[in-house]
Design a protein around this ligand. Structure first.
Ligand code: NAD
Length: 439
């Protein structure tokens, strides 16, 4: 079959800018139609996404619905429910020297925005920012990840059929294509991925004075207090960690706990993994695979960083790496020197809360911090004495499913945030308006 040549980035941006200039992306009716289009794409073609996500990541249909399709539909529905209220101009009180004047803020779309997505939730992490960008009245250049090629192809095929094709361009490809895109002038760039590329994106954006949102990663710690219900802790820890075979930006990266709790947690984690994936996770339909050989090799090289409590099995041919827990892990070991982004959970011992807080604060600000504790004082101290993108007590990962919470990092884990009304803030300009009658 004849494949049309891909549209050059400059042409795509010029085409979208021309559409934006007509003003047609601004009315509420257009925005609602785009969100309904995105919704219909997901509800009419779920099998295309399920198959592609399975091909790219061995993702089970259960996870495909839960973390990609239904997740995005919830975000769309939440936005449809509230968009009119979020966009309402907000009156501002005027000072006495302007008596008789009125002032308000108005949300203006930015123009043409670029959304660059990673491979780990390749549909959700492209579409959820797009929900906000389109709801805010922008035209969107969407760049799916080349490391999830099946999902990228589905998005490239279906998006222009369900969203105004004059206001969207899907650019597939890897570093050369992204580099070419980044040479163009956008009105906002929204990048999700690692900090090294985040720096490339921000440098390119600086040339055009384009604002950026950087959704990055990092090592998200979990503090486990003594005297907590370790069966419950292990169950929640394992389900957050081993979701998508650990390839989740907000997955618990490592555990910090005292030596007694660390020992007691070991059998509980073994039972938790078995409850989730059975005695042989390689045969579990629910358990995913590592995205490619490069990441597989990177991860298996980390298995020597501690004593294997459970897991450790790996098969390069199928990119299977068992859900693995490592004990007696030295803070200076390789597994503690980079974001793991795979199904390996190291347990590092500290003397208690003070040392845990110092350990966290000695390192880059994480995307998420989690703690299991029964103590209000411990929760209060963690909340006030540490800095992280998000904070979860008693349940990892789930904060990002609350559409009314801003999702984003701080410091090394990123800048800016989105979801729900925070996406509208990100993809709009809040214009100050003053009106004073002449009379
Ligand atoms: P990736 O390799 O798919 O890269 C993301 C995008 O950057 C892709 O579209 C890719 O084409 C582009 N890219 C890669 N190299 C580039 C270069 N040199 N120049 C220009 N563009 C380039 O994804 P990844 O970075 O491997 O994703 C994993 C990372 O993303 C982890 O650190 C993870 O924590 C983070 N992450 C963060 C979030 C979040 O919401 N904060 C979500 C998921 C993943």
């Amino acid at each position: 079959m004849h494949q049309p040549a891909p549209e050059p980035p400059a042409d795509a941006v010029a085409r979208l800018r021309a559409t934006f200039r007509t003003g047609r992306t601004k009315p509420m009716s257009w925005r609602v139609a785009q969100l309904r289009g995105l919704r219909a794409m997901l509800t009419d073609h779920p099998a295309d996404f399920v198959e592609a996500l399975h091909a790219d990541l061995g993702k089970s249909s259960y996870e495909a619905f839960r973390t990609e399709i239904d997740f995005t539909i919830r975000e769309i529905d939440h936005t449809l429910d509230h968009l009119a209220a979020w966009l309402r101009p907000e009156p501002a009180p005027v000072p006495p020297h302007l008596a008789g004047a009125t002032a308000w803020t108005q949300y203006d779309p930015l123009g043409v925005v670029l959304v660059i997505a990673p491979w780990n939730y390749p549909a959700q992490l492209l579409l959820t920012p797009m929900v906000g960008a389109l709801a805010a009245g922008n035209a969107v250049v969407a760049k799916p990840s080349e490391l999830a090629p099946a999902t990228s192809a589905v998005l490239a095929r279906l998006l222009p059929r369900h969203v105004d094709p004059d206001a969207i361009a899907v650019v597939e490809g890897g570093i050369p294509e992204t580099t070419a895109l980044l040479a163009e002038r956008f009105d906002h760039i929204f990048y999700t991925g690692n900090g090294a590329v985040g720096r490339v994106v921000m440098t390119a954006a600086a040339r055009h004075l384009t604002p950026v949102t950087l959704e990055l990663g990092g090592k998200s710690p979990v503090f486990v207090d003594r005297d907590t219900d370790l069966e419950a802790v292990a169950a929640r820890l394992a389900s957050g960690k081993f979701l998508n075979a650990g390839q989740t930006c907000v997955a618990p990266d490592y555990v910090l706990t005292d030596p007694d709790t660390a020992r007691a947690l070991e059998p509980a984690l073994i039972r938790a993994v078995e409850a989730l994936y059975g005695t042989d996770p390689a045969t579990s339909e629910r358990y995913g695979r590592i995205v490619n050989e490069r990441h597989f090799d990177r991860l298996t090289a980390l298995l020597d960083s501690g004593r294997v409590v459970t897991g450790g099995d790996a098969d390069r041919a199928t990119k299977y790496l068992a859900p693995t827990v490592l004990a007696d892990v030295d803070p200076g070991s390789p597994v503690m020197s980079e974001e793991i982004f795979g199904p390996i959970l190291p347990v590092v011992t500290v003397s208690g809360l003070d040392e845990a807080i110092a350990f966290i604060n000695d390192r880059d600000k994480p995307l998420a911090l989690y703690a299991f504790t029964e103590s209000d004082e411990t929760r209060r101290r963690l909340a006030s004495e540490t800095s992280s993108g998000g904070l979860g007590f008693g349940l990892p990962v789930a904060h990002l499913t609350v559409s009314d919470l801003p999702f984003g990092g701080v410091g090394e884990s990123g800048m800016g945030n989105y979801h729900g009304r925070y996406s509208i803030e990100t993809f709009s300009h809040r214009k100050a308006v003053l009106e004073k009658p002449l009379g």
